[in-house]
Design a protein. Structure first.
Length: 94
């Protein structure tokens, strides 16, 4: 195993995050291709490829903070991803 980046340790310890609906074995971050990933805010083709490469090395991403292991994803990008994942797939009818 390799050492975790300081930013991962700091964010993970400061604000433990519960798993979100969008994370798990069938998450887009674990099975999606680069085209499926670059629709998230702050993720373009380069970061999408790093996410795919990272899961090949590290295995599945289960917590949002696991994405901080990917070079180029920091707290701000992670926050944007979490906002998208927290949105309901289908808006409630009022």
């Amino acid at each position: 195993m390799f050492p975790l980046p300081d930013r991962y340790e700091a964010v993970h310890k400061a604000s433990p995050v519960e798993p979100l609906k969008g994370f798990g074995a069938d998450s887009v971050f674990n099975i999606g291709n680069t085209e499926a990933l670059d629709v998230f805010p702050g993720i373009g083709a380069v970061l999408a490829q790093r996410i795919v490469d990272g899961r090949d090395i590290l295995g599945d991403y289960f917590l949002p903070t696991d994405l901080l292991l990917v070079k180029g994803i920091g707290p701000k990008t992670l926050e944007g991803i979490m906002e998208v994942l927290a949105e309901p797939l289908y808006p409630r009818e009022e």
